[in-house]
Design a protein around this ligand. Sequence first.
Ligand code: FES
Length: 107
Amino acid sequence: MTDWIEIGTLEDIPRLGSRVVRTTQGDIAVFRTAEDEVFALNDSCPHKGGPLSQGIVHGKRVTCPLHNWVLELSDGTAVAPDQGHTACFPVKVEDGIVRLSLQRQHT
Ligand code: FES
């Protein structure tokens, strides 16, 4: 069974931005797209650990602020030609409330 942690409201997350949730799994960046979709990734770039939460969201991707790697928000994989991935966590929005699970979808 999935344990969901309530982390606040959708409005707490800036559109095309993110907020960081500190968890026992480390810092998780919760992103909000222009379409109000929400995704959660480990706040650490697979390249050199850059803070993805400070990256720019575009479409369903985020660009790392350090060296411009681009990662898919849906599963944390790096967009070619770069390779690698960061952990991705289930997140859902119900009635404007955002809930996060710490069960990694991809490790
Ligand atoms: S640390 Fe993210 S691109 Fe280098």
